[in-house]
Design a protein around this ligand. Structure first.
Ligand SMILES: [Mn+2]
Length: 388
């Protein structure tokens, strides 16, 4: 339900049509947007109330003889309504709801596909501006993205990451520069859109090949792009997602070696944690009503993968991102330089690439029912944005 009103309640009793208690805010200071009742109203018994609080008290009193669970963020109010601590967000129920949310219905997939089409308009507009305009600033590209996707800043599923040059090494760069950087003609754009509450999460990286150091960085982008596509093709029902994350480190090692960034073997690059200095974040996460959706992190990742947000076993109807990256992050390169692996690094090459910041390529995938033949995943991002 895409219902942007505060203080509403959904009352679910087994065997009955769910009742949606809503309160229309009559403040003269602001007006909340009217929900799309036509879209979901048929599925609920919608009851408009002047005082949801009083209605809830009656509901709770009526239900008090049975088993009751209260699912919400505000524990203080739950206590005020007489819920015991054990009735508020019970782990068994919330866990089951979270698990349900990892598997998307056809309706949800349609929303996620539309969210990708909306994001694609912004990505195309920003890519064209980066290629054709004279030194566009991050702020300019951010505003262009909002305009092209018809989204206000607060409506995007997450704050756009618009990073030129060295700023692409800041994984969540959201303080947009007003001027273009003088060196490092690269752009990392991580930006999505929303359709009926469902988010897309898309990242692309571009470079000006003609700029100093640009050719090597463009080569690195092309290799990261191929790695990302290879990882998408490795998705299999029944495979733990963390295995894909581990494979990504093997692929990063191959790139570091082939580019001549390190002279160590691929196995050493992974075993001695060199790849983790260049690819410090997780390979991806579940996607849905939340950009980092719930339910796919039921168990903790292994200690060497602290930022991985998906440790589920891949299953049909899951929707998740595949977003490998390679970055030149000063703090992590400093650690690498001080480590026994430091002398294996071609620092001249690293310093030439550093002004470009880093690379991330991110698509949103739906896992399909295995058929023995045909594709295993549907790539919502590539459908919308094109192959490259
Ligand atoms: Mn993401």
């Amino acid at each position: 339900v895409d219902l942007p009103w505060p203080d509403c309640a959904l009352v679910i009793v087994p065997g009955a049509v769910p009742r949606l208690l809503v309160h229309r805010d009559l403040s003269f200071w602001e007006r909340v947007p009217e929900p799309d009742w036509e879209h979901f109203g048929d599925h609920f018994h919608v009851i408009e109330l002047a005082d949801v609080e009083e209605a809830l008290k009656r509901e709770i009193a009526a239900a008090a003889r049975g088993r009751v669970a209260f699912v919400a963020e505000d524990r203080r109010r739950a206590a005020a309504w007489g819920f015991g601590d054990g009735d508020v967000n019970p782990a068994g129920l919330v866990g089951a709801l979270d698990r349900l949310r990892t598997l998307k219905t056809l309706y949800e997939v349609a929303c996620l596909a539309e969210a990708n089409r909306r994001a694609a308009r912004g990505h195309r507009a920003v890519a064209a501006a980066f290629q054709n305009e004279e030194a566009p600033s991050e702020l300019h590209l951010h505003l262009l993205y909002l305009s092209a996707t018809l989204q206000d800043d607060v409506e995007t599923p997450y704050k756009n990451i618009v990073a030129l040059g060295g700023n692409a090494a800041i994984l969540h760069h959201v303080h947009y520069g007003r001027e273009a950087p003088r060196v490092g003609r690269s752009l990392l754009l991580d930006a999505g859109a929303v359709c009926r509450g469902y988010a897309s999460d898309v990242t692309r990286t571009y470079a000006d090949e003609g700029s100093p150091g640009g050719r090597a960085f463009a080569d690195l982008i092309a290799r990261t792009e191929r790695m990302q596509q290879a990882l998408c093709a490795r998705v299999r029902v029944g495979t733990p997602y963390e295995d894909l994350h581990d494979e990504a480190h093997g692929m990063v090692a191959k790139i570091l070696r082939e580019m001549g960034i390190s002279s160590l073997s691929e196995d050493e690059l992974v075993a001695r944690n060199v790849t983790r200095k260049f690819f410090p974040h997780g390979l991806g996460h579940s996607l849905g009503l939340q950009t980092h959706d719930v339910g796919c992190l039921a168990k903790a990742p292994r200690p060497e993968n602290p930022w991985l947000r998906n440790t589920s076993v891949i299953a049909p109807a899951q929707v998740f991102t595949i977003e490998p990256g390679i970055y030149f992050i000063d703090a992590l390169l400093g650690e690498l330089g001080a480590s026994p692996q430091g002398p294996s690094i071609d620092w001249k090459l690293v310093d030439a690439l550093r002004p470009f910041g880093g690379i991330r390529i991110e698509d949103d995938l739906v896992v399909l029912e295995p058929s023995g033949r045909g594709p295993v995943v549907r790539n919502l991002t590539r459908e919308a944005l094109g192959a490259k």
